[in-house]
Design a binder for this molecule. Structure first.
Ligand SMILES: NC(=O)c1ccc[n+]([C@@H]2O[C@H](COP(=O)([O-])OP(=O)(O)OC[C@H]3O[C@@H](n4cnc5c(N)ncnc54)[C@H](O)[C@@H]3O)[C@@H](O)[C@H]2O)c1
Length: 334
């Protein structure tokens, strides 16, 4: 059985969730915890009852000395590039947190380096991995709602995050909407071809950067995906999964971001309600399900659903939206 000798880089909130899942596997051995704040690495080691080494920096020497072959990148977005490329160049496969990077040039370079080194780099897009979205996707089939014309997501929450998000220029779009944009690709089976975006920051926002945005994408199948989101929205909050509406040639499907979704479709002269059959195996959901999928792909030698060569199309949506917001113009994705 292939053994994964894991280094976790970035020992904050996300790392805890990843480590909890990995501890349930018998093919994972933790070799190293890395954090520029060594106290965070020590704290994670203690709280998860691990006995591996801790370090302030990931480099080739320590990777080779400890025989690390898989790196979990759970650092902040600004540190993903250095972490991922160091790991790939030292011969490791990488599972990394979203967004791939806080710069498009760096994200593209990360894909290039993964190809050059022949290693894999897959990204955590856990919002694809819950029974709610999988059920909603069933309803978006041509047999149920017909040809997809409109996909819409509303996202209104009011969290007061400190740390890296408070300082980012476009925290909503870069750190959060990446999930919804990636979900829109997953749900529609199409990629974005153009975007128009307006970002804004309400006077009561907790954040330095724009925390609200209205975004319109044209997708490669002709559908339009619109998104209105905010992290400065007190009252009547939506789910973290958004509140979705999909309109097709035969009817409309709604998903409130929880487990339940429903379509209303025109059949034999009347509107009827259709519910998903939930064919997706939801033994695991969210981060554990995405991690399990990435491990399975790596073990069996195929590309994970969230491999960097595909995920780059989701992060390109993010940077095209930011460019549109900055220039006030519609942007075409290449
Ligand atoms: N998939 C999800 O649903 C989800 C949820 C939350 C966070 N995230 C993502 O996870 C990542 C981490 O977020 P978090 O909430 O855990 O942040 P966090 O601030 O709790 O933890 C990040 C850790 O990385 C460390 N770090 C920063 N730069 C580093 C470097 N160069 N080398 C080593 N360590 C470094 C920090 O000291 C900190 O301990 C982000 O990319 C974030 O977007 C994803």
């Amino acid at each position: 059985m292939k053994k994964f000798n894991v280094a976790v880089v970035g020992c904050g909130w996300a790392a805890g969730v990843w480590v909890d899942y990995a501890l349930t596997r018998d093919d994972v051995e933790f070799k190293l915890l890395v954090d520029i704040n060594i106290d965070a690495a020590n704290e994670l080691r203690k709280s998860k009852n691990l006995s591996c080494e801790v370090a302030r920096k990931l480099d080739r020497d320590i990777i080779e000395r400890l025989g690390v072959n898989l790196v979990f990148d759970t650092t902040i977005p600004d540190a993903h590039f250095e972490t991922v490329t160091t790991a790939l160049k030292a011969g490791c496969d990488v599972f990394g947190e979203k967004p791939m990077s806080s710069s498009l040039e760096q994200a593209r370079k990360m894909v290039e380096i993964a190809k050059e080194t022949g290693r894999t780099y897959s990204i955590m897009q856990n919002y694809r991995y819950n029974r709610g979205i999988r059920g909603f996707k069933e309803l978006l089939s041509p047999e149920i709602i017909g040809d997809l014309g409109t996909l819409h997501a509303d996202f209104f929450l009011n969290p007061n995050f400190s740390g890296f998000r408070a300082e980012m220029e476009s925290p909503l779009i870069l750190d959060m909407a990446i999930h919804s944009f990636d979900e829109a690709r997953f749900l529609s089976g199409a990629d974005a071809v153009s975007v128009y975006c307006h970002e804004y920051n309400p006077s009561w926002s907790y954040y330095k950067g724009d925390i609200s945005a209205v975004v319109i994408f044209e997708m490669s199948n002709g559908a339009v995906f619109s998104y209105h989101g905010s992290w400065a929205a007190p009252g009547f909050n939506t789910s973290w999964n958004c509140n979705w509406r999909a309109v097709g040639s035969k009817g409309t499907a709604l998903w409130n971001g929880g487990w339940e979704s429903q379509a209303e479709v025109y059949r034999n002269g009347e509107f009827v309600r259709v519910e998903p059959k939930f064919t997706w195996d939801h033994t695991l959901e969210n981060q554990p399900a995405c991690l399990a999928a990435m491990f399975k792909a790596l073990k069996e030698g195929y590309e994970a659903e969230t491999i960097c060569t595909d995920n780059i199309k989701s992060i390109e949506m993010v940077f095209a939206a930011i460019e549109s917001s900055r220039t006030g113009k519609k942007v075409w994705l290449k």
